[in-house]
Design a protein around this ligand. Structure first.
Ligand code: AMP
Length: 345
């Protein structure tokens, strides 16, 4: 029996922030810490082709991709485990070809309903070009998933609609050709149960808790970068926007700033929502809460930053080369099956 595939990718168009860590990296680390990694094939990749969808410094892209992959290792992803594959999307060309094929099985209307696209273009400064790539990147994401028959895709709440699109597309394709060509990934809610998460994380900006923490928006005071110093972390959290209700409740509607801090605390300390609610029930001192968040974030990031110092480029590059050979074989096999079925072979 082939192992179930867990797949996650974090764009490399900039350095990672705390939202990326909690939404994208932490679920994989938990699998590894709980000794469950060997029950799965874990595909953790740099979706470098996705980088172009939002403004990216092309001179730095290649180096940024390596830096971001090194960060996974610093966070605790083991390179010597045969069940773990780190790779770069653009080194496996089947991703691009499958994207083109799937584009022709996707309707314009279906793509137009994607709210991430609308959110992103609303945040763009005037003068930023809105590209077809940004519009249709969920198809590339579907190809990333379907090429490897992945079941588990630990992503944040922002990717809910894209995952549902991928499932619909795969089901439609299978029905059209009356074959189980694509494995259908588990639905978004099932993914949360599997990950034992009380909800899919959506870490908000510390300054604008109505918006998600994001690398595409210039919001330096609202975004904690994984490279931030202890002082920067303390400054940003101390000045996080809260409210004047003088009560610590988990309530996204009425207290988004406080709820954002509580949720960061819960994820970083592997606490359940009820534990966190219980711990803070009846308390009203926001500076106590901020202090607790500062300590948790500093402890997490200090550890990552220290381990990063000993991650060597060569070791990571050797792993990448090795795994990209292996995954090219898997991806090409899948692609050939599809090429045959749609009449190209
Ligand atoms: P991206 O930076 O868009 O490539 O996202 C990479 C991963 O980080 C995906 O799993 C996203 O769901 C996750 N992610 C990005 N921003 C956030 C956020 N603010 N809160 C939670 N997860 C996030």
């Amino acid at each position: 029996m082939p192992k179930e595939v867990v797949l996650t990718g974090l764009r490399t168009n900039g350095a990672y922030h705390l939202g990326n860590y909690i939404g994208g990296i932490l679920p994989i680390l938990k699998l590894i810490q709980d000794n469950q990694a060997s029950s799965y094939q874990i595909n953790l990749f740099a979706p470098d082709l996705h980088s172009f969808t939002t403004p990216t410094n092309l001179d730095k892209l290649n180096q940024q991709t390596l830096e971001n992959l090194k960060l996974f290792v610093a966070c605790g992803v083991p390179l010597d485990d045969n069940n773990v594959n780190l790779y770069r999307q653009s080194y496996i060309s089947a991703h691009s070809e499958l994207t083109w094929i799937l584009s022709n099985f996707t309707s314009w209307g279906e793509m137009s309903r994607m709210t991430e696209f609308k959110d992103k273009i609303n945040q763009f400064k005037s003068g930023n070009q809105i590209t077809v790539g940004l519009f249709s990147y969920p198809i590339l994401m579907a190809a990333d998933i379907l090429l490897y028959d992945a079941t588990w895709i630990p992503v944040g709440e922002d990717q809910r609609q894209h995952l549902e699109f991928c499932r619909n597309l795969a089901q439609r394709f299978n029905q059209r050709f009356k074959k189980d060509i694509f494995k259908i990934p588990a639905d978004f809610n099932k993914q949360q149960d599997w990950l034992k998460r009380f909800e899919a994380p959506r870490i908000r900006s510390l300054k604008h808790p109505d918006k998600k923490m994001s690398k595409s928006i210039a919001d330096p005071k609202g975004t904690i970068m994984l490279s931030d110093t202890s002082e920067e972390i303390a400054q940003k959290i101390t000045s996080a926007q809260t409210d004047n209700l003088a009560s610590i409740d988990y309530d996204w509607q009425n207290q988004p700033g406080i709820t954002n801090l509580l949720s960061i605390l819960a994820y970083l300390n592997s606490k359940s929502l009820s534990d966190i609610k219980q711990n803070w029930r009846g308390q009203s001192d926001y500076s106590n809460l901020k202090q607790a968040v500062i300590q948790s974030v500093q402890a997490t990031l200090n550890e990552i930053q220290n381990s990063l110092k000993s991650v060597s480029d060569t070791v990571v590059l050797n792993h990448l080369k090795n795994r990209e050979v292996k995954l090219n074989k898997i991806a090409n096999q899948k692609l050939q099956q599809i090429q045959k079925i749609i009449g190209l072979r």
